[in-house]
Design a protein around this ligand. Sequence first.
Ligand code: HEM
Length: 489
Amino acid sequence: MSAYLKYLYAAASVGLLLGFRVVSKRRKIHGNRPPIVNIPAAEIFNHPREAYEKALREHGPVIAVPRKGLLEFIVDENLCQTVLTSDQSFSFEEAMAKILNLRPYVSFFWSFFREIDDLVQNGINPRLSTIMEQICPVFVRTAGHAVEQKTVDDMFEHAHTTIAEGMIVLIFGESFANERSIQVITDVATDIAGLTGMYSNSSFLGRRFPALWGAIMWVKVSCTTILAFFRFIGPQVWRHLRARNWIAGEEKPTSTLEYLAFKHANKNDGSIGFTSFMWIMSMLLGLIFASVHQTASVVVWVVFELAKRPEYLKALREEAYNHLDPVTNDLDPTNIGEAIQKATYLDSFIREVMRTKGDTLTTCRLTTSNIHLAGYTIPKGHLVFPLATRLHLNATHHPDPSVFRPERWQGENAKPAVMTSASYISFGLGKWACPGRILAVSEIKMIVWSLIVKATPRLKGGEYRIVDPLNITSVPPQGELILEPFSFA
Ligand code: HEM
């Protein structure tokens, strides 16, 4: 036998062996794979709740559903807690990397999300009362402007720019808040949020060629908004960081940027080098992405639901009344953080909106190995989603689940809007539950208060329109808001 044939023979044997191993492994997984349910794309995008619930009812607690070129696994209410809290088997970071089309950089995500989590838990949450006092004037000003106009054509834009400006004050301090930086931050928030695929449902390319769509979006966003963020915000941050040395000690940070500066400065002399600067800028990008878009969208939900339910206004206004400036009747920033924490009526209204708005596939994890769940095997590297409506609209956990009743969260079984549980996952669950939820709910409360103390919200035509039923939290509903002047006098 010639050497050439020998090589060919050896290569063929190895190929056969590998092929056999792959096939037998596939068979092994295939044996107890969850049923694959082909749901027509139109059903998924237009009636996701009904479509997924029907599939789970008919095929069992774990199903595999092809969507946008991926095989996704959907689980029912009994498996939600296992999926969201078993961190060894179901990875949050890997799921994020997959959703953002950045799996090759997944190791970056491990440290990135840990750092952002620390930033929110330790750099923002302990300063929340002060932060609310700092950003209150922004909310009062933008609400005043909206009330003057009497109508808000785009409530999302109102909430988005208000929250973006609030985040600028929170992150960098008041001196950074100008028109250009607000524009840069709102663009960054919108575009990075878009990378998660939330707008891909409404684009032909996104539905048909999701990977190509993701790549094009990354190039576009990197060359436009992310570049603008580094070009415009970068030099200001650099100057601020280099203006002094950041030696951690008695001194308390007065902004999120200062928190990061103390944390990442050179331990010997407190200086910030270029690498630390770039890391800080990336953290800030991540923070803006996580904090602005979703909160603004939920504001729209809450305000629209309130506009449809004027019977709640009286009690909500009474709660706000003691925190007004007696001369202007605007919200008084003094102690506003504490006042907002104590606004339990508004809190229960927000929780009820979040429960009933119809989230479906909002939280997910990626399997880190072949995982055995409810008698099935879910293969490694796949996204697993609990179906949120099976929890939020579940009669066992929430009697009369479709009835909007904020009172269910008051009294003996009081539960604040930020309290997660296996029957309420609007902010996720477990180790990766949203660390920014206290800030988010406080901001939502402040937007609602600043509007209703000056105006009665009403929806033109009495209704709003859901744009993307599969992305309820990220893509806000549309409607025209009318603000009828109101005064306590
Ligand atoms: C109403 C607004 C918001 C909603 C509905 C929301 C919802 C969520 C959800 C569902 C998750 C994933 C949790 C999981 O998979 O278990 C999450 C994660 C996260 N959220 Fe929020 N969020 C909101 C506002 C915010 C704000 C204002 C911030 C920052 C100040 C923030 C920072 C984060 C971060 C950093 C994560 C990643 C997880 C971690 O680091 O622990 N979010 N959020």
